[in-house]
Design a protein around this ligand. Sequence first.
Ligand SMILES: [Zn+2]
Length: 334
Amino acid sequence: MRPLDHEFLSAQQAATHQLLHAIQHDRLAHGLLFVGPQGAGKSTLSLYLAQKLLCPQGHESPNLSGCGHCGVCHRVAQKSHPDLNWVLSEKRREAENESRETSSKKTSDLTIADIRSLCQSLLLPPHEGRAKVAVILDAHRMTPQAANALLKTLEEPRPNTHLILVAPSKDSILPTLLSRSQVVRFRPLQSESVANLLEHEGLSAEEALQRSVASDGSIEQARSQTHLSVEETKFLLDLLSGSEAERVLQLASWGQDREALTHLLAGMVDLLAKEVHNPQPTWLPSTQKHLLLSIIEATVEAQNRLRKHGNGQLVVEKLFLNDIPVFSANPRTS
Ligand SMILES: [Zn+2]
């Protein structure tokens, strides 16, 4: 087992144990529902479970994984094994391909056509022997018609067919699907786990630690932390160390460009996280350093409000004029 695999599985120990226990006692349900916050490792664990179920040596492994070396394990990891159905919503397909051109024309939902073609392929026996596994990411994005189309497959499963639904919470899934699924809960990752994972992925220990602080328990969020340009960094530092009047002035042009705002807030979290570990503060009076974590929290909250379609201008005004105190009354240490 690679160190990274071990790190991921131990970070989600409860979920891993629940699945292993079910497999060892031959009680793994046909329908599984993985619920938990984004970036907690749900899709990664889906792949490990698929390896465990499809790898010829999977049943011999004491861990929730296949042998990790054979062609089957390799193709599962690449999501190219014919007995693994990896079903993505249109929104996620676009995110993975980073192509935004079609977003206005297509729905972000999982449609009845997506689910019907999945159900048809699950009626066929496995191509290579042991089992069939289907993973539906963003299961909460299924239209009601699509969810209904899936019901029959959940109710009358073929032998050795496993369906993994992945969603942020139980509430986001139709009760009819929920009642036919075995629920596996994922918790936000500990920041220590996030740091270890990033280090295994090749970041320096220092960078991994900095990113983990503001990761909110999400490996995806930690991976995607934004790096700001020199001008953007200067702009943010001026804003943070400015008086209230200066802040009002600088904020006047904010909120118009949502994408730029999202980028700046993400970069700001990164900047603040670095400040936590910086023995020589770049903008915050050293007497105020204890406030950093609450400022990071306020910024993450602002990101959430913006994501939930909050008005950009109101979001930054609340953040800089209400939530983050003005520090300029204190001597600056720069
Ligand atoms: Zn294998």
